[in-house]
Structure formats: C-alpha cells, structure tokens
Design a protein around this ligand. Structure first.
Ligand SMILES: [Zn+2]
Length: 195
C-alpha cells in the first residue's frame, strides 16, 4: 500500500511522535542510548555541534548528568555497605590502594585544606584540644563512652562551612566519627534513631 503523504499528514506524524516521546521519556532515553551506541561518530558530532552552539546549556547538562549519576552511585554504595559491611570496607581499602584511589585521597585532602582557608579557620591548638577533652570528661560526645583515642569531630562539618576551631570540635570515638562522616549531627542522629 502506498503511503499517502501530504504536508498536513507529515506534520501530524511528527506531532504524534513528539507527543509519544514526551509521554514515554524512559523509552525515549533508551532509544537514544541505543542509537548513540550504534552511531558513536555521529553522536559525537551532534554533541560537539550542540556544545559549540550553546556552551552554557552543555555545561548545565553535564552538571545535571553528574548529579544524577552521583546520586545513583551513592545509593548503590549504601546498599552495598549495608549488605556486607566487611566486604565493603575491603573494597574501599583496595580502591584507596590503587593510583586512582590515591589521587582521590589527595584531591579530597586538598579540597579540605582549601575549605579550611575559605572558612577562615583559626585551628585548634593542643592546649585547646585538651580543654575540649576535659570539658567532655574524656567521653565520646555522641555515645558517651570512654575511648583510648578520640578523633576531632567537627560539629558543623568543614564541607558545610564549619570552622576548625575550639567551639566547633568535640571528641568522638572512631565508630561514631566514621558513621557521622560529613553529616550534620541532627541528620545523623535521626538516621541512627530510624535504623
Ligand atoms: Zn562514640
């Protein structure tokens, strides 16, 4: 059968396809992904052209994609950690021993240093730290148990604008400090209660 084609019909077809794509974003993404896998050169040419046309938009798209992947990755990591904490620790240890892991550690340390400068941290002298320890009676500020060795926990994490200063550090035992990580106390506390 010969397809009847008029400009109106063509327009209607395009319109229909557009609507369909809008209604099935997941299928559309899968379709595009498959097409890109089949036509890597063409796909690259298109994205190069788009980037040249609107660099701001391309930058934003890259950012969004990064955030999306990061969220997925964090969720997957959390699931892995909960499923088998020992295996997870082992995986992290092995990763940190690789060159990429070493670079990541360096990068994180540099970021932290930069943030400390940014937050105008005065730092904590040994004397001030022992005063803090004394104030807390040599107990972990979170689980109230004595420990051989305390870590300095920043109540407001450095990554969230907290300063490295006597009024922002408390003694934390290692397990508490590892668990809290860069969370705010209230967030961590709620998670602990819910667990
Ligand atoms: Zn503790």
């Amino acid at each position: 059968m010969k397809r009847v084609d008029t400009p109106e019909l063509r327009e209607a077809r395009i319109q229909y396809a557009r609507e369909y794509r809008k209604k099935n974003p997941e299928a559309e993404r899968a379709r595009k992904r498959a097409w890109r896998a089949r036509n890597p050169e063409k796909a690259k040419a298109i994205s190069d052209r788009q980037r040249a046309k609107d660099p701001e938009k391309a930058k934003q798209a890259r950012k969004n994609s990064y955030q999306r992947h990061r969220k997925k990755e964090l969720a997957a990591n959390k699931a892995r950690r909960l499923a088998d904490p020992e295996a997870y620790k082992d995986m992290i240890r092995r990763y940190l021993a690789t060159e990429a892991g070493r670079q990541m550690k360096l990068y994180a340390a540099n970021r932290r240093r930069a943030r400390l400068l940014d937050n105008k941290s005065p730092g904590v002298t040994p004397k001030e730290w022992s005063e803090v320890l004394e104030f807390f009676g040599y107990l972990c500020a979170y689980c109230l148990t004595p420990a051989k060795k305390f870590e300095r926990d920043h109540v407001i994490p450095i990554s969230r604008g907290g300063r490295d200063s006597p009024d922002n550090v408390v003694p934390a035992c290692m397990p508490c400090n590892r668990q809290k990580n860069t969370k705010l106390v209230a967030v961590w506390y709620c998670e602990k209660r819910a667990a």
